[in-house]
Design a protein around this ligand. Structure first.
Ligand code: CA
Length: 400
């Protein structure tokens, strides 16, 4: 088993088998690209001399493509495992505790899918109790919508409670005010590195030629605003106020040992959505609400894979840009303790959860903090991790 000469504690998310990319600034320094190793960040511009890393985003490096990604990764593994390089590399390590982490890439377009059968069924039962849980299209195409790229924020950014219109079942007319049903959605997002040409669909088989890596996503959702506005064009202001992502992008290469067969699809999807390679991923997600673990959603059960989502979002000729982010949709498993949103976990507030301090919650209160993390099987039998995506709710503007 490969080990780095950099100390890596047991259970660390960042052994040498991971090497996720991020953008950091050391005290007083400007933002630049680094990789996480144990409790350190390796300054890539410094250690490689490549100016592509002396930038405040990963976009230029991601655009270089899989050949360049593999070359850099191979070189970094060599530098971090062979003692012969230690003296030259060590000066470029910075303690993670001393750096500021930034949004790791400039988000081009943001798309959010809806790929968990359990989540889609639960939401259907809650929002449309008199209808079929799944809409007629759901098993034929990966349902998605275009989100707001400009409000994707890095983990740690506070989330101000949004205000907007809502209309409850007993309200004769809509009212305006702070959301009273503020929620999370635990998701996994794919970051696109290599763009595609307008008019040229990207087949499922080309997924790894375009996808650079994965991040954790918290798609903050105001359920009351969403429920009133979403018919007939889908999510809008109930979602667009903030979407948080983890600061470290786990490269696809680090996730090869996490690949599993996705659930069998019936009916068989149309030709352009069929896959010759398995892109199910065995990621174990954990959700903490004010420090209490409330759910452990299993990503391996997701019905639609990222390769299918990529093929679907380009099948009409829409092109990809470097920095595109597409998220999986809320990850929910079959049991209560595997649900990836509080809407489902508390069944629209009717079954509150009890937190470690004895308090009960249905939806988010001001001051609440949500932390989502995930791990996956990595090379050499080790577990690798995504770090975390964290956010704390601040009171709405009118309340301050
Ligand atoms: Ca979502």
């Amino acid at each position: 088993m490969r080990r780095s000469w950099v100390p890596v504690a047991d259970g660390s998310h960042f052994p040498v088998q991971n090497l996720p990319y991020g953008v950091f600034s050391p005290a007083g320094g400007r933002p630049r690209v680094g990789v996480a190793i144990g409790e350190q960040v390796l300054d890539l511009a410094g250690v490689t001399g490549d100016e592509v890393f002396d930038r405040p985003s990963l976009n230029s490096f991601m655009a270089r493509g899989p050949g360049a990604w593999a070359e850099v990764r191979g070189r970094l593994v060599e530098l971090l495992t062979d003692e012969a390089h230690r003296a030259a590399v060590e000066p470029h390590l910075v303690p993670r505790a001393e750096v500021e982490l930034h949004l790791p890439f400039e988000v081009a377009d943001y798309v959010d899918f809806y790929a968990s059968e359990q989540h889609a069924s639960n939401v259907g039962r809650i929002f449309r109790p008199d209808g079929e849980p799944l809409t007629p299209n759901w098993k034929h195409l990966p349902v998605g919508y275009h989100g707001r790229a400009g409000t994707v924020v890095v983990s740690g950014t506070p989330v101000v409670r949004p205000e907007g219109q809502r209309r409850g079942a007993s309200d004769p007319t809509p009212i305006f005010g702070p959301s009273v049903r503020l929620d999370i959605e635990a998701e996994v997002g794919v970051v696109v590195g290599v763009p595609s040409a307008l008019g040229q669909p990207v087949p499922t088989s080309a997924f790894a030629e375009h996808a650079f890596g994965l991040v954790l996503v918290n798609d903050w959702s105001a359920r009351d605003i969403q429920a009133w506005e979403y018919v007939p064009l889908g999510p809008f202001l109930g979602k667009s106020f903030a979407t948080s992502i983890s600061p470290w992008v786990v490269p696809l290469a680090a996730l090869q040992h996490a690949r599993v067969s996705p659930p069998r699809q019936a009916p068989e999807p149309l030709e352009y959505l069929r896959c010759t390679e398995d892109w199910g991923l065995d990621l174990a997600i954990e959700i903490e609400w004010n420090g209490t673990t409330v759910s452990r959603p299993p990503f391996r059960d997701m019905y639609w894979t990222a390769a299918q989502q990529l093929a679907h979002m380009t099948v009409n000729g829409a092109s990809l840009r470097t920095g595109d982010l597409f998220a999986s949709g809320t990850v929910s498993g079959p049991t209560r303790s595997e649900r990836g949103s509080f809407l489902e976990l508390t069944w629209n507030g009717s079954e509150p959860v009890r937190l470690g301090d004895g308090s009960e919650r249905a939806f988010l209160e001001d001051g609440d903090t949500v932390r989502i993390s995930a791990t996956a099987p990595g090379e050499d039998g080790v577990r690798i991790g995504f770090g975390e995506v964290v956010g704390t709710i601040l009171p709405s503007r009118s309340a301050t």
